[in-house]
Ligand binder design. Structure first.
Ligand SMILES: Cc1ncc(COP(=O)(O)O)c(C=O)c1O
Length: 390
């Protein structure tokens, strides 16, 4: 079948090679420790599952409004007010099949052919593909370890052209784990206020998973002047360990941009799974202690992993502000990230994601969404492998 140019331009997942190879090794009976996961290793909290089961039993099995059931959209508004100091009305909220779907939709409704979107690099692999699918062009801004992988205001200013339509801010970040606090967001906002054509896509999916005194901030709250052009994206996958439920949402700058996304969903996916939305209401309105329990477990693993990696010769690792990834520099090991990841898999039986996939070949991404025991064993294998190379 001849396929169109649009889909041919979309890159397959760069992490698939490692995942396939890890599966092959596991099938051969080799115990591979995977540090590749992009999802929490906890089960969804019980009260959330119960709410969805109850809804299913009560017959909530029909189509829902494409933008999400009204009670859920109200709960999302209350969440934005409670946690982010942001005021949205339900008409500005769109519930989608994951934050990924929400982000895809945003670029579909705002981009014209040739529009540029600024993406700080290292970046989550899907952003450039959303831009490509929206007909736009990605402009990657190379951040540095010295700047804690934060795009500086000067870098942002230099990247903006008359064709710039949007900038992506992902805080805390996948893959680096670094975040923008209120002050660093404000400094970026001071640049953006001078360029009214630039929309802000603020991906806050890792919001509550923050460590070491880092405080999450939302661009639209830090810079109220930018509210009218900021999309605030969040979801349930990482906060409540609900990756398989496929639920995310966006607070839109106005009703028109929300309606556009609603139309798009009307003509593509329709609303998200009916009973899953009732679980989402329980997640947002129920006791938030479950989130803090998961955060504390991640924090303990983070502290161990950063210290342990920094003891391995040739590995240098920053302390992440949030999410559940570390992004160590491995350049001193003398291998590119693709080769290092393959050799770690084959020779040390640990799976990490090459930084190349995120635009940073001197790094690998290591997820700590796995048990402390597994992390201990993985670090031991990594250390032995490095020592054996001499
Ligand atoms: C930065 C970032 N944004 C968005 C998503 C999408 O999450 P979901 O579609 O599961 O809500 C992910 C998932 O890995 C992510 O890492």
């Amino acid at each position: 079948m001849k396929l169109n140019a649009r889909i041919s331009a979309v890159k397959p997942s760069a992490t698939i090679g490692i995942t396939m190879r890890a599966r092959e090794l596991n099938a051969q009976g080799i115990n591979v420790i995977s540090l590749a996961a992009g999802e929490p290793d906890f089960d969804t909290p019980e009260h959330i599952k119960e709410a969805a089961i109850k809804a299913l039993r009560a017959g909530q099995t029909k189509y829902t409004p494409s933008s999400g059931i009204p009670v859920l959209r109200e709960a999302i508004c209350a969440k934005f007010a409670r946690d982010n100091n942001l005021t949205y009305t339900p008409a500005q909220i769109i519930v989608s099949c994951g934050a990924k779907h929400a982000l895809y939709n945003i670029f579909q409704v705002i981009l014209e052919p040739g529009d540029e979107v600024i993406i700080p690099s290292p970046y989550w692999v899907s952003y450039p593909e959303f831009v490509t699918l929206g007909g736009g062009t990605s402009v990657l801004v190379q951040t540095t370890e010295a700047d804690n992988f934060r795009m500086t205001p000067a870098q942002l200013a230099a990247a903006i052209t008359p064709r710039t339509r949007a900038v992506v801010i992902n805080s805390p970040s996948n893959p680096t784990g670094m975040g923008y606090d209120a002050a660093t967001l404000r400094a970026l906002a001071d640049v953006l206020v001078r360029h009214p054509q630039v929309a802000i896509v603020s991906d806050e999916i890792y919001e509550p998973l923050v460590y070491g005194g880092f405080t999450h901030a939302s661009m639209a709250a830090v810079a109220p002047e930018l509210y009218a052009r900021t999309f605030t994206v969040n979801g349930f996958s990482k906060t409540y360990s609900m990756t398989g439920w496929r639920l995310g949402y966006v607070g839109c700058p106005d009703k028109a941009s929300a309606s556009a996304q609603q139309n798009l969903q009307d003509q593509s996916t329709t609303g998200t799974t009916s009973f899953a939305q009732y679980g989402a209401i329980a997640a947002l309105t129920g006791d938030q202690a479950c989130v803090q329990t998961m955060r504390a477990a991640f924090d303990e693993r983070r502290a161990y992993l950063v210290a342990a990696l920094n003891k391995i010769t040739g590995v240098r690792c920053l302390n992440p502000d949030g999410a559940f990834y570390v992004f160590p520099n491995i350049a001193a090991l003398g291998l590119g990230s693709d080769e290092l990841a393959l050799r770690l898999l084959d020779e040390a039986n640990i799976a990490v994601i090459p930084g190349n996939a995120f635009g940073a070949d001197a790094h690998v991404r290591i997820s700590f969404a796995t048990s402390l025991e597994a992390l201990h064993e993985a670090v031991a294998r990594f250390s032995r492998w490095v020592a054996a190379r001499g």
